[in-house]
Design a protein around this ligand. Structure first.
Ligand code: SAM
Length: 269
């Protein structure tokens, strides 16, 4: 499971990802959702810090075409759960926080008595593991077979992202590459014969200010770990890796990394 809370916060502070994703959903996905339903039942998988969730919830609340919405958040990480509970009580007033993995939620769905079925599903930067991708897409397939109607959006890092290139440069330090999720997703979508549209979310950047000497958080982000865990990496490797990152940044205008995402949207049923 991908859990590196402090590193993710640091990244989001330096990037416009939240803003661009919320903008993409509000302008391209919500209009389709609104057309299909006036009562939205929204399933958000892996909200993490909840910054994107909060932005989309505000857009839903402002929509004149929607009568009501309820939300289910599925988040297995206890630290994020506590933070969501304290920071966004208005989200929880709209529904439930399930403190479990998506796999467990999906397994228990048929046993639940409430018969709540989502008609809007979002999953941003969660599907970076092979089994989870399969499990998630099979869930859609089941929904399609049962005849449920829903709109869904999955977002993952694009293979054109500078992070992709940087991780490749760091491979020499024995860094295990995360799977190129976008490629796996495309393959699995086609294998399962699911109808999806693919978009690149442009103008996403992550800017590291000139005066930022300690780029430890960026190294931790690229390695997919907590900053604390970086201490276990030998100092000479950390120094060498930071040098590589700094050289890469020096070649970028305003030290801004281009970090586009790819969004897959699905209309099921
Ligand atoms: C990289 S964070 C992304 C958080 C947020 N969606 C965003 O885009 O800012 C990944 C999130 O997925 C959650 N996650 C990881 N494995 C999961 C699983 N099997 N089911 C549901 N959520 C999961 C993590 O706890 C974390 O909150």
């Amino acid at each position: 499971m991908l859990v590196w809370n402090d590193t993710l916060y640091a990244y989001l502070e330096h990037s416009n990802e939240d803003q661009q994703v919320v903008q993409f959903i509000s302008s391209l996905v919500l209009p389709i959702v609104e057309q299909m339903n006036s009562e939205i039942r929204w399933l958000e998988i892996g909200p993490g810090p909840g910054t994107k969730t909060c932005g989309i919830a505000k857009a839903l609340a402002q929509s004149k075409k929607i009568d009501s919405y309820s939300i289910r958040l599925i988040e297995p990480d206890p630290v994020w759960n506590e933070s969501l509970y304290h920071k966004y009580p208005f989200l929880l007033n709209k529904g439930w926080l399930f403190r479990m993995s998506f796999e467990n939620y999906a397994r228990q769905e048929s046993e639940r008595q409430d018969h709540w079925q989502p008609n809007f599903v979002t999953c941003f930067h969660v599907l970076y593991e092979h089994n989870l991708i399969e499990e998630f897409l099979l869930y859609f397939k089941r929904q399609e077979q049962i005849g449920h109607r829903l709109i869904a959006c999955i977002i993952v890092e694009s293979e054109r992202s500078d992070f992709f290139q940087l991780r490749q440069k760091l491979q020499q330090f024995g860094q295990k590459q995360p799977i190129p999720a976008v490629v796996e997703l495309r393959n699995s979508i086609s294998k399962l014969d699911l109808q999806a549209r693919e978009f690149e979310i442009n103008n996403q950047y992550c800017r590291i200010p000139d005066n930022e000497e300690n780029i430890g958080w960026l190294l931790a982000f690229l390695l997919g770990c907590e900053r604390e865990t970086l201490k276990n990496v030998p100092e000479e490797i950390r120094m060498e890796a930071s040098k590589i990152i700094n050289c890469f940044l020096a070649e970028k205008r305003s030290r801004a990394l281009e970090v586009p995402d790819v969004a897959f949207t699905f209309t099921i049923g």
